[in-house]
Write a protein that binds this ligand. Structure first.
Ligand SMILES: *Cc1c(COP(=O)(O)O)cnc(C)c1O
Length: 363
């Protein structure tokens, strides 16, 4: 059994197909009324004043640090256990990532941030990994105390809350990906930022379109990172269903948690005060993850590892000079985590099958 993205499409097939035809017949494919409407609707959903549609989640991160003026000589604090795109958003701008180990919820360990702050620290990048909100009260307190910018990587956390604030509405800028497998997946590449600052929103619109606000008047060296009309239109449809999509994932996660019972396996926990939208349902199997994964594979349960190589140990970041052992918890988690199948439209029978196989496993 593998994750099935087509199920999410088929549930609302008629609405998506109607919108796709409407966009195709409109004769307008880039930066039009679908993108404009999507930006308004998405900002209202997250609870910010502005949203700007972009081509991907990586572009959102890259351009976020760019419009904040963070670059060479600056440091950004980020958790070690994240998808490498979070780190690339920092380093494409020439800034230096400073890694912090995660807590037991797989989010940034807020008690380890302060000792990493130097006079070069300009921002904290919080990644709400796997769909769970990080401990934002403490993060906000540190940003205020040290006058740091706050950027959120919400690529996995659409509609997750800490307190009564949605992730993406805490920071100077919230960065979203709508890559097809994300909770709010598009049908191609897509991304967006959210912000309450009109100047940051304006700069973002300039940067995404070759650095121009007015055609052929280029103010800065920008990018071609526009959300297209087709993806914006399809995302507007998906947005109207995000409440039920999130409720379904929550029910799937609760069913796993209730059913899985094997001493070899550590189940995920939800922090009090926040919510989890279950982009991934991640187990830890200390000492025998790979053996356990092989066993599941032989029994037709397809799993994934998010992520097997932490960014600081990847070839791309050899130049940072961080050796194995420099982030012990990040490295331990990379050897122990395993993500179970989890998708819109997953049936009770499919989940029972996964649970049965896990519970039958013996060391
Ligand atoms: C998917 C993802 C990204 C990158 O998004 P793309 O749209 O694929 O560029 C960034 N950060 C995290 C945590 C992600 O999961």
């Amino acid at each position: 059994m593998q994750s099935r993205m087509d199920r999410g499409f088929m549930r609302y097939q008629e609405e998506y197909e109607k919108k796709a035809i409407e966009v195709l017949r409109s004769g307008w494919y880039i930066l039009g009324k679908e993108v404009e409407s999507f930006e308004e609707e998405f900002a209202a959903y997250v609870g910010t004043k502005y949203s700007v549609g972009l081509a991907s989640g990586l572009d959102a991160l890259w351009l976020a640090f760019k419009v904040l003026g963070i670059g060479k000589g600056d440091e950004v604090i980020v958790q070690g256990n994240t998808y490498i795109a979070s780190v690339m958003g920092i380093t494409i701008n020439g800034a230096t990532p400073v890694f912090v180990d995660p807590d037991e919820y797989y989010e940034i360990d807020v008690d380890s941030i302060e000792k990493k702050i130097t006079e070069r620290t300009k921002a904290i990048l919080v990644v709400h990994l796997y769909g769970q909100a990080a401990k934002m009260d403490k993060v906000l307190e540190l940003c205020k105390k040290y006058k740091l910018r706050l950027v959120e990587d919400c690529a996995q956390s659409h509609q997750a809350y800490f307190g009564d604030v949605m992730t993406g509405a805490f920071g100077d800028i919230g960065c979203f990906s709508f890559y097809p497998s994300k909770n709010m997946g598009a049908y191609g590449d897509a991304g967006a930022i959210t912000t309450n600052d009109p100047e940051l929103a304006r700069l973002m619109k300039i940067y995404r379109n070759y650095g121009s606000e007015k055609r052929y008047h280029n103010m800065v060296v920008g990018a071609n990172s526009r959300l297209d009309e087709m993806q914006a239109g399809l995302l507007r449809v998906k947005l109207t269903h995000m409440k039920e999509i999130t409720e379904e994932r929550t029910a799937l996660a609760e069913y796993y948690t209730k059913g899985i019972d094997n001493p070899a396996v550590i189940k995920p926990k939800v922090r009090e005060g926040g919510t989890h939208v279950w982009h991934q349902y991640v187990l830890r199997i200390p000492g025998e993850r790979d053996k356990f994964r092989e066993y599941l594979d032989e029994n037709n349960v397809g799993t994934l590892i998010h992520y097997p190589i932490p960014p600081h140990l990847s070839e791309a970041y050899e130049y940072l000079g961080l050796k194995r052992g420099s982030l012990p918890i990040t490295e331990k988690y990379a050897d122990e985590v395993l993500s179970l199948p989890m998708y819109t439209g997953m049936t009770r029978e499919e989940q029972d099958f996964v649970i049965e196989k896990i519970n039958e496993y013996r060391e």
